[in-house]
Design a protein around this ligand. Structure first.
Ligand code: ATP
Length: 450
């Protein structure tokens, strides 16, 4: 899959492509939509100008009538653009296949709400199709079949455009099986070496940090996702004896370290503060971390406009609490990034709100989108899990697809529901169920795209 898959149709005259680009922008921008609709409205009405004296103006000028006529024109505009794009684009019209893995515990509960959001996007946009295939790969599958996914599971997933994951893990199956036999093989086989985790205080929420507001809490953590501390190099010896031992090696390759740091710098170039913070611990881990620091400095030399700071992980954890406004892009190794982002989630309202994207930037393989949280066995089956992290991960999925206007509709809708504050799950201090909060976000999406 590459960028050309998102342009509608091949061998289409340039002006048509340009027109369809405008259509894609207009579709989810209400102001532009109204503007174009007004132009259409004037064009439609103008030829009838000589007959205006025959019209009963008082009735015609009623505000409601004008408004509904206006809405009608918007709709005609939208449907016609869609028809044109279907005719010239054929089957290549914004069609994405998604392997859906609901997983365990609250995974399937929050996934249900995510799938409703995808449906709402399909319906309100009109020109996108998400073909979702559910895969029943989870701990229950493991208990029945002795493996977390079929032998050819990765081959099956390879052919999808995207993967959407709920959560994996159940009390009866050790984490080193559920994680190492499903999530980690996917991240590694598909070279999803970037784990992107926004730390952003959504409008409508207050941070547990009393003096910090929305401008203070808006940064992104780029976590290395394929090597580092989560390597399977090492072993155990003399088990069951007093000499028992375990060795776990950290693996930092130049290739793996360089590519994640380059990705982080490139992201920092696109963000307003132009600042990169790298997590290190070179005072205690004296081989791999100095190597990491050297590469940060090397790559940093190619990005002179970016201010770079290297902080030891222990201090950095404290700064997440005391001065989060300082951060813009934070790059960290696999373990450090994992820990930092749970802390990041806590300062913006909790795990139920924190999404994550496992990205293969080269787009040779499908990328995977999921909430940060796990299967939360303590609340599983009660129908009270917060679905926002899962739904926000769909917004990240849209950004990845090059459809930021749709990503924005999803995130704005989440924020609007939080600002309204009427429907909130218990983790946010409310009494609503997972389904009620999901439904509210879906109806906000319909409202926003009407
Ligand atoms: P993992 O090992 O996969 O990170 P975990 O068992 O350590 O998982 P989680 O499953 O993420 O941790 O849950 C940690 C806490 O956060 C639990 O108390 C859980 O109830 C709460 N929690 C997690 N996700 C949600 C959610 N979507 N809504 C509400 N509470 C949640």
């Amino acid at each position: 899959m590459n960028a050309t898959d998102f342009s509608i149709g091949i061998c289409v005259p340039e002006f048509m492509n340009a027109a369809l680009c405008v259509y894609k922008i207009v579709l989810f921008d209400k102001v532009l939509q109204r503007f174009v609709a007004t132009l259409c409205f004037i064009c439609l009405v103008w030829p009838f100008y000589p007959f205006f004296h025959l019209v009963e103006w008082k009735a015609f000028l009623a505000f409601d009538t004008i408004l509904s006529f206006w809405h009608g024109t918007c709709k005609i505009f939208r449907v016609n653009c869609l028809n044109i794009s279907v005719i010239i684009g054929g089957s290549r019209l914004l069609h994405y296949s998604i392997a859906v893995i609901p997983g365990d515990g609250i995974g399937p509960e929050v996934m249900n709400e995510g799938l409703k959001v995808l449906k709402a996007i399909e319906e309100s946009h009109g020109g996108i199709r998400f073909a979702c295939d559910e895969k029943p790969w989870n701990c229950e599958y493991y208990l029945k079949n002795g493996r977390m996914m079929p032998e050819n599971g990765l081959d099956v997933l390879k052919d999808y455009d995207l993967i959407l994951l709920g959560a994996i893990g159940a009390p009866g199956v050790p984490d080193h099986i559920s994680v190492w036999e499903l999530i980690l093989p996917i991240r590694r086989a598909f070279q999803q070496y970037v784990n992107l985790r926004p730390v952003k205080l959504l409008r409508g929420l207050e941070s547990p940090l009393r003096y910090k507001g929305h401008d203070d809490l808006d940064f992104v953590v780029v976590r290395e996702n394929t090597e580092g501390e989560y390597s399977n190099m090492g072993g155990r010896m003399h088990q069951g004896t007093p000499f028992e031992m375990a060795v776990q090696n950290n693996v930092f390759t130049r290739y793996g370290t360089e590519r994640i740091i380059k990705y982080a710098y490139n992201l920092a170039e696109k963000r307003p503060k132009k600042r990169l913070t790298a997590a290190t611990k070179s005072n205690g881990i004296n081989h791999s971390m100095p190597f990491w620091d050297e590469i940060v400095k090397e790559v940093g030399r190619e990005h002179a406009g970016i201010e770079t700071n290297l902080y030891h992980i222990d201090a950095l954890a404290a700064y997440f609490i005391t001065r989060p406004e300082e951060f813009d892009v934070v790059v960290a190794s696999n373990l450090f990034g994992d820990i930092l982002t749970d802390l990041g989630a806590a300062v913006v309202g909790g795990l139920g709100l924190a999404p994550s994207a496992n990205i293969n930037p080269e787009r040779e393989f499908p990328s995977m989108f999921e909430p940060i949280h796990g299967s939360a066995p303590d609340i599983a089956g009660k129908g009270i899990a917060n679905p926002i992290a899962q739904i926000w991960s769909l917004s990240m999925m849209m950004d990845h697809l090059g459809l930021p206007e749709i990503g924005k509709v999803i995130l704005d809708s989440i924020e609007q529901v939080l600002i309204d504050g009427k429907v909130q799950t218990p983790d946010l201090g409310g009494k609503a169920t997972t389904k009620e909060l999901g439904d509210e976000i879906v109806s906000q999406i319909y409202k926003a795209t009407r």
